[in-house]
Ligand binder design. Structure first.
Ligand SMILES: [Zn+2]
Ligand SMILES: [Zn+2]
Length: 251
């Protein structure tokens, strides 16, 4: 199983998960030309995408989905609430997500998360041999999330902000409350606590994703990762807005 990112943060997200000829794109928050450019940096032609899954309707995740899917006739999966919020279904093949879905060699399990969207989910994706979790855009820890994101080989987890930087930073008060609230985004400390609950010796790689460009610093994220993973050997990476991260293999 191989994972890559087209970019990660409040200005656009997209994650690739590949096993053999099956290649899924989770979210596309980039306009069409930018998405195609970023896909080509990862060696992917849009025609090669098996399906696109949408986590929720926020523009940094969904704004580029329709153009990409309709232009290349790619099947799209989203919850009913997400379809409503993005203004209806695509003219390409489209599906309402109500539970696990098998797309060729990959099984995709949606997991409900606490976030201020209509019906947001994140995903656990399984190949015949490996399990990868994508978990961003959640404001707090939930029992469901902790239960469903166990025994992963790879995890991309939101480390959105440092609590003090958010409090002292440039955001207006309403936005500070939204981001820091239970249906906003995870702080470094919350992400570290969550990671302690779900990390196991099986975990090969943890990617910190969806970092705030104003309210976080890579050094703080690295410290939080080290603290949470403690003695576990998992590789630690950071996904950036500009570049995401290049293909990594879960072996
Ligand atoms: Zn987001
Ligand atoms: Zn969001």
């Amino acid at each position: 199983m191989e994972i890559a990112s087209l970019g990660s943060g409040s200005r656009g997200n997209g994650t690739l998960v590949r096993h053999g000829d099956t290649c899924l794109l989770i979210d596309c928050g980039f306009r069409y030309s930018e998405a195609v450019k970023r896909l080509s940096l990862r060696g992917i032609d849009p025609e090669a995408l098996s399906a696109v899954f949408i986590t929720h309707e926020h523009s940094d995740h969904a704004s580029g989905v329709k153009a990409l899917a309709e232009r290349h006739q790619i099947p799209v999966y989203a919850t009913r609430g997400t379809w409503i919020e993005i203004g209806g279904r695509t003219s390409s093949e489209h599906h309402e997500l109500t539970g696990s879905v098998q797309v060729q060699a990959l099984q995709v399990q949606p997991v409900t998360v606490p976030h201020d969207a209509r019906q947001p989910v994140q995903f656990v994706i399984e190949s015949p041999t490996h399990r990868f979790g994508l978990l961003s855009d959640l404001g707090s820890l939930s029992k469901t999330v902790i239960e469903r994101f166990q025994q992963l080989d790879g995890l991309s987890l939101e480390f959105n902000h440092d609590v003090d930087m958010l409090a002292e930073g440039p955001y207006p008060q309403f936005l500070k409350q939204r981001v820091g609230g239970d249906f906003g985004h995870l702080s470094n400390a919350q992400a570290a606590t969550l990671l302690k609950h779900i990390a196991s010796s099986r975990l090969q790689t943890v990617v910190a994703c969806h970092l705030s460009e104003q309210n976080n610093a890579e050094a703080l994220v690295e410290a939080a990762l080290d603290q949470a993973l403690d003695h576990l050997p998992a590789e630690r990476m950071i996904a950036t807005q500009a570049f995401g991260f290049d293909w990594m293999t879960l072996g």
